[in-house]
Each structure stands twice: as C-alpha cells, then as structure tokens.
Design a protein. Structure first.
Length: 370
C-alpha cells in the first residue's frame, strides 16, 4: 500500500535523530523511515562545506585580482572587473537555476550533487594558475555559477526529513550556512595569511574532494520518479498575470534592493578594504586581517539578529518592521559613502548597520509570507 507522506508518520515507522533524545523536545525532529542519522549529517556537511567554499571564493576573488603574484590588476580596475565577473555569473545562474531545479526532479540527486562538487575542484586549482581575466577567469566563474546552481537548488532536505519537521530542518540548514561563513573567514581566509592564496585554494579543492567522497558513502541514494516541468513556460504564464499579483512586484523590488546591499556588504567591502592597503606582502596580510575582523563581526551580527529579531518579527506589523529594517540598511549604506578610509570604527559601524538591516528584513519577509 502506498504511504501518504502528507500524514503524520507513525512513531514505530519513523526514526528519531538519536535514541537518547526520544524523551525530550528534539525527539519531535523526525527523519523519514528509510533515512538514518548518518544520512542527514551528510546533508549538513554538504551544505556547510559548499557554502564555505563559495563564500571564501567571493571574498578572495578581490585579493586574487590585485595580488602581484596572480592577476596583478590596478586598484582602478579591480572594482570594475569584480563587478563584471559577478554580474556575468549572476546572469548565468538566472538562466540555469530554473533548469537545474527541474532536473533535480528527474535525475538521481546524490549523483548530481557529487558530480557537481567534483567538477568544482579543478576550478579552484586553475583560478590562481591562470593569468588572464578574459577569457580564462571569466569562463571559470561562469562554470562555477552553473555548478553552484546545481548545488543551491537541490531539494534533498525534503527527501530526508519528515514533513512535520521541515521547519526545524530549515533552521538547522540556516545554522549550517552561518557556520560556513565562520569557516570561510576564520579557517580559509586565515590560512591565506599563512600560506599563499594559490595553496589555500588548492586546499579548499582537496577539502571538497573529501566532502564528495564522504557524500558517496554517507548520503543515501534516493530514487527519483518525478516529472520534468517546463519552468520557463510556467514563469511566462505567471508573468502574464502579474498585474493581479502586486505582492510579486513588492518582493521583486525588495529582492533587488536586498541584492544591492548584499553586494555592498560582501564584494564592495572587500574591495574597499583591499584598495586601502598596498600590494606588498605585509600590506596584503593587513588587508586580509581587517577583512577577517569585519566579516567576523558580520557573522556575529547575523547570529544575534536571527536569535533576537526572530521573536519580535511575529509581533511587529510587517510593513513597519520591513520599513525600519530598510532604513537601518540604508543608514549603513550612507555610512559607507561618508567613510574615506578603513581606519577607526566607522567601517565597523556602517557594516554592522547593513548586516542588521539585511538580516532583519529577510526575517520580516519570511514571517510575513506565512
């Protein structure tokens, strides 16, 4: 008889995370009957590792472009080149994301993930070896965008966790993403100050190989019997009725603003810091150290805002809360305009305001969409 997955799973047919937790609150977090704790931990390792490698790449790209041992671009070209590379990668992901999301419905997800991770490894090795931005680095960035799209759009958490535990599972996923930022800043970026950027990127590549090997043994192969959907046809149909759904316009406008400030708090901050220092080994280490300090502040702010503002979001009117969050975000943006150097606490204050505004606005959007 076919089981209806929408119904609560019977306790005798559902595995809990750990037998010692059956009598406390975490015992309510249940996996699907055929999934073990090792399978789920493999998913968490996958999320943490991939996001850490991706976040590190976005940070180190600026240093790679201006470093005299690598691409050695003048500071006047670094901002333009970084923006172009990220823009073209974003365009590719905009096209590829709907396709890969549909492919996940018809292709075995475990194999798809492992192959994508393995294909990313040579890119991390080649980036510090190549010396030409166009077309070498551009092509590598575009391929990275395609492969990361395969990894970001996977719905594999739904294959592992019972429906009544998906909310808690997504909270754990977000926690792993926050942890990935810590690893990128305090492990990979710190390592770049001890050894060369090239050797650090090779280390990240080897790290991803180990993760792929672990997934091969730890992640359960789940049969996929889905149906391929023409996503672009569905998107076109939705756009024809856009006038009837003003909420879509609101979310599109918000996401556009959010992406701009995400770029401001990410790539722009790194470029701003890097260009404030020289290109000698000592100066480059100082720039990386300051970047580590500021990005570390961002990680702490993300955790604090997620933990505190989450309780407030359900009690504050959506419009008022989102407006306040956007004002805080904009205040941080103005702060960056007024800052002329990295000395002092001004850059910390501006960066902290942008992070608080971004994270709180995301929480408001999520709480308002229920």
């Amino acid at each position: 008889m076919e089981t209806n997955n929408d119904q609560p799973l019977h306790p005798s047919k559902t595995k809990t995370c750990c037998s010692s937790l059956r009598n406390n609150a975490l015992a309510n977090f249940t996996l699907k009957p055929e999934i073990s704790l090792v399978n789920y931990l493999s998913y968490l390792v996958f999320i943490t590792s991939v996001f850490a490698a991706s976040y590190y790449l976005d940070i180190i790209l600026v240093f790679l472009l201006r470093h005299p041992d690598y691409y050695n671009l003048p500071d006047s070209e670094v901002i333009k080149t970084t923006g172009n590379l990220i823009f073209y990668r974003s365009i590719v992901r905009l096209i590829v994301d709907p396709l890969t999301g549909s492919i996940h419905d018809v292709v075995p997800r475990k194999a798809f993930l492992i192959v994508s991770i393995i294909l990313i490894v040579p890119i991390y090795i080649l980036m510090p070896i190549c010396r030409n931005v166009y077309p070498d680095l551009l092509l590598l960035m575009l391929v990275t965008g395609i492969l990361l799209s395969n990894l970001y759009t996977t719905p594999i958490v739904g294959d592992l966790v019972a429906k009544n535990s998906l909310g808690f599972a997504m909270a754990l996923t977000n926690l792993c993403i926050d942890l990935s930022r810590v690893i990128a800043v305090y492990v990979f970026l710190k390592l770049s100050q001890v050894v060369s950027i090239g050797w650090t990127m090779i280390t990240v590549g080897v790290f991803l190989c180990v993760v792929a090997l672990y997934l091969g043994f730890g992640l359960k192969r789940i049969p996929v019997a889905g149906k391929y959907h023409n996503v672009f046809k569905q998107m076109y149909s939705a756009l024809k009725h856009i006038k009837r759904q003003p909420i879509f316009c609101f979310y599109f406008a918000y996401n556009t603003i959010s992406y701009i400030f995400t770029y401001l708090s990410g790539t722009y901050v790194t470029v701003f810091i890097a260009s404030s220092f020289g290109k000698s080994k000592d100066e480059l280490h100082k720039a990386q150290a300051l970047t580590t300090s500021i990005k570390g502040l961002g990680n702490i702010m993300n955790v604090l805002v997620s933990g505190s503002f989450g309780f407030v979001a359900d009690k504050v009117p959506d419009c008022a809360g989102l407006t306040l969050s956007c004002l805080v975000m904009a205040l941080g943006g103005v702060g960056f305009v007024l800052i002329s150097s990295c000395s002092g606490y001004g850059i910390y204050a501006a960066y902290g305001l942008v992070i608080v505004g971004l994270q709180s606005s995301r929480i408001m959007v999520i709480s308002g969409s229920k």
